[in-house]
Ligand binder design. Structure first.
Ligand code: GLN
Ligand code: ZN
Length: 758
């Protein structure tokens, strides 16, 4: 019998039960007991969903983050958290978010840093290390949950993050070499494995996704060291890799002394055959054949075509699983009532993916005949998607084929455009602007909701939004900003807003995926060729511009960000989908220009997020991604000024690509890095205008004009003042007007002082 298992299950709950339980608890509206009861209930449900598998994962459930859980298990909460003492749960939430439920505002500690989990949109809490870090086992969580699963009649398989990946994920706080901690870490892992074995664990899943990244000799050696050390422990280890191909670590992974190896066969299918050949004959090969991070149905017949020969060779040594933890997909498709019926038949969420897995196992064990009804149905769904007119729009394909490099090229170089734009815009030195959004007040949210539900008529909605825009323009004029925005009141989300107006996107009602902690996102599903039936933003911007003599920026989301924040079709290269988006948004750019808009901003908040895990793959991604931006933005005339915005501060390694975008102005996050990052722009000789964010919009603190002046002095040492703008780090939608007005007042005051000095 082919063994099936899963690497992990979404923990937020089909109706985001965990999110609400956490937030109530943090706000003091519910007790610890109530929170833990919800958590227990969710685990029970999730194991029930997975009861048909050979093993059920245990330890994948988390109250906040699985990496933070591992830090607790290893006794490695940050010292500032441990020194505060108190209950473990309080310490846990302090490490996660700076505050426990019992802390008063201002009583917290600095939260752990958060960063992207490999190339997904999930974010984990970064483990912290120093040369003095000591580890100490705390196996309570795993043991309790193991016993819990057992008591419910399951066959639990504990899931932990492996020692090398754990170190790899963390950060040294004192510049010491974190790999040097491996010697201290391994005995604790040994103890953990033995403890779990004593509790009755047969197999333990040890996640080592660091194996799909570029590893230097020291890290490769660490893998050998670690697993040779752990091989004496009792339970069988299933070493799991996911999110990519093994390539140059394939042999290393094969040779590690473990009882089984899991491969993400969705992104590394050709390596499955290689592993089947190379793996020692006593080892299990677990193949991740169902996509754990996208929402499409698996083409089961196609998978069986390549899987059957491997099964014939390996027999019971072959296990089947999703490619990675199902954390990255929504829980249950059967709750979706509003999806178009064809689109719906093409999809599988976590629960449905488990069904696919069981079906594949039965086809292998009993022959395809035994499940031929189900396979035929799957084939119909796959064929329906392949031939659906809604996924292929000949006009879009023709337009794409007709693209030439000229389409991504401005008429003249920046040096010539700049004076032309200046004659039109008459901006002062150190022009001030904002990133686009202004506070999304409860009234705005309510109006949008009522409009969506149909209780607010379209023209009522329009006048409410226009009133908001008018208010926003009035406030900006009173503040004395130089380049205004309309404030984005009509937008729920920077991707969803555009996706809803483009052909080729579908939206779920409850397709939530955890982003971090209690925060979830509901990515749109990009299923078909993208086109723009009609202008999306022109009326709003035109209205805003009609209220003022100052320039109002048109505000768009760029193609790469649309792509990286959606579930994307897997039946064509990402580059092609991205260029389709580019063409559609390009039309909007040109319509804005025709409507007399003088400045157009195209946000690429997620350009960096799309970077592949291995550096050797960066150039090809950056090439098509930057090309997509160029297609979107650069069809305008010289006198139209293009802005772009990026929400991060790591540019060192991609500056040439940023420069190739050729935006007239780029606004970036810098306030937290004290303008240091501008050094990179300076040494690269970045040619165009830059708006280094002068204050952190994530904090409720009101910045001080003196501090802003000082920051801009630093900036001016690196970038000539003629090319500097003054703006916040990011959009203001999460702030309140009471914070925004004094903050922007300080910013405008600072700019005025800078001009006087000049
Ligand atoms: N224009 C958007 C805003 O101001 C940009 C948001 C972002 O970059 N994340 O909200
Ligand atoms: Zn931003």
């Amino acid at each position: 019998m082919t063994t099936t298992h899963s690497l992990g299950y979404p923990r937020i709950g089909a109706q985001r039960e965990l999110k609400f339980a956490l937030e109530h608890y943090w706000q003091g509206q519910s007790s610890e007991t109530e929170l833990l009861a919800t958590a227990e209930q969710l685990r029970r449900q999730h194991w029930q969903d997975q009861a048909g598998l050979g093993f059920q994962p245990v330890g994948d459930f988390s109250l906040y983050d699985q990496v933070l859980d591992m830090s607790v298990t290893l006794g490695n909460l940050p010292p500032r958290v441990r020194e505060r003492g108190g209950e473990l749960l309080d310490q846990y939430f302090r490490a996660a978010r700076g505050r426990s439920a019992t802390d008063q505002p201002g009583q917290g500690v600095a939260a752990g840093e958060m960063t992207k989990w490999f190339d997904t949109n999930y974010h984990y809490i970064v483990p912290e290390f120093t040369r003095d870090t000591r580890f100490q086992l705390d196996s309570r969580r795993l043991l309790e949950q193991f016993a819990e699963a057992r008591a419910q009649g399951h066959r639990p398989k504990p899931v932990i993050i492996g020692p090398v990946t754990y170190l790899w994920l963390g950060k040294s706080k004192d510049d010491s070499d974190r790999l040097a901690l491996l010697d201290r870490l391994l005995p604790v892992y040994g103890e953990l494995l033995d403890t779990l074995a004593e509790a009755g664990a047969e197999w333990i899943q040890v996640d080592e996704p660091a194996l799909v990244t570029e590893l230097d000799e020291a890290w490769r050696h660490a893998f050998q060291l670690a697993y040779h050390h752990l091989k004496s422990s009792r339970p069988k280890l299933l070493l799991t890799t996911y999110f990519g191909q093994l390539r140059d670590t394939l042999q290393l992974a094969c040779e590690l002394p473990v009882a089984g190896l899991h491969l993400d066969a969705v992104s590394a299918q050709p390596e499955a055959g290689q592993l089947a050949d190379w793996l020692a004959p006593h080892k299990v090969l677990s193949l991740g054949v169902v996509d754990g991070r996208n929402v499409w149905k698996t083409d089961l017949n196609r998978v069986l075509d390549w899987l059957e020969p491997i099964h014939a060779r390996l027999g019971e040594r072959l296990w089947l699983a999703p490619s990675c933890s199902l954390l990255h997909v929504p829980v249950d498709l059967s709750r979706e009532q509003n999806l178009a019926t064809d689109v719906r038949t093409w999809l599988a969420f976590a629960r449905q993916k488990l069904d696919e897995l069981e079906l594949l196992a039965r086809a292998l064990d009993l022959g395809r005949e035994a499940v031929h009804e189900a396979l035929a149905e799957n084939r119909r769904a796959i064929d329906s998607r392949r031939h659906a007119p809604s996924t292929r729009n000949p006009a879009v394909r023709q337009a794409l084929a007709g693209l030439s490099p000229r389409d991504g090229q401005r008429q003249s170089p920046y040096a010539q455009r700049k004076p032309i734009q200046q004659r039109r815009l008459h901006l002062p030195l150190y022009p001030t602007t904002t990133i686009g959004s202004f506070p999304q007040t409860p009234e705005i949210r309510q109006a949008r909701r009522q409009y969506r539900e149909g209780t607010l008529a379209p023209d009522q909605y329009r006048s409410l939004m226009e009133a908001e825009i008018a208010r926003c323009i009035r406030e900006q004029e009173a503040l004395g900003l130089d380049v205004l925005v309309h404030g984005e009141a009509e937008r729920n989300d920077m991707v969803e807003y555009f996706g809803e107006q483009l052909e080729g996107f579908a939206f779920t009602q409850g397709g939530w995926v955890q982003s971090y902690g209690s925060r979830c996102v509901k990515p749109p599903i990009l299923f078909g060729d993208v086109s723009r039936p009609r202008p999306m933003t022109v009326d709003w911007i035109r209205y805003a511009q009609s209220l003022t003599d100052k320039p109002v920026k048109g505000m768009l989301t760029g193609p790469v960000t649309m792509l990286n924040w959606s579930f994307v079709r897997d039946d064509q290269p990402l580059s092609e989908t991205c260029w389709q988006l580019a063409l559609a948004i390009r039309e909007e750019v040109l319509d804005l220009e025709r409507a007399g808009v003088t400045i157009i901003q195209i946000d690429e908040a997620a350009l960096r997020e799309g970077l592949p895990l291995r550096r050797s793959d960066w150039p090809s991604y950056l090439e098509w991604a930057v090309d997509a931006f160029r297609i979107t933005a650069n069809g305008v005339r010289d006198e139209t000024q293009i802005h772009t915005h990026m929400c991060y501060s790591e540019f060192n390694d991609i500056l040439a690509d940023i420069a190739r975008m050729d935006a007239d102005v780029i606004t970036i996050e810098t306030s937290r890095s004290d303008m240091e990052l501008l050094e990179a722009f300076q040494s690269f000789d970045y040619p165009n205008d830059i708006g280094p964010g002068v204050y952190d919009i994530h904090s409720p603190n009101i910045p001080d004009a003196d501090d802003i002046v000082a920051l801009m002095h630093k900036a001016a040492q690196r970038i000539p003042p003629e090319r500097l703008w003054v703006n916040p780090d990011c959009g203001l939608k999460t702030r309140r007007w009471e914070e925004v007005i004094p903050s922007l007042t300080a910013m405008v005051t600072a700019a005025a002082r800078l001009r006087q000095e000049a």
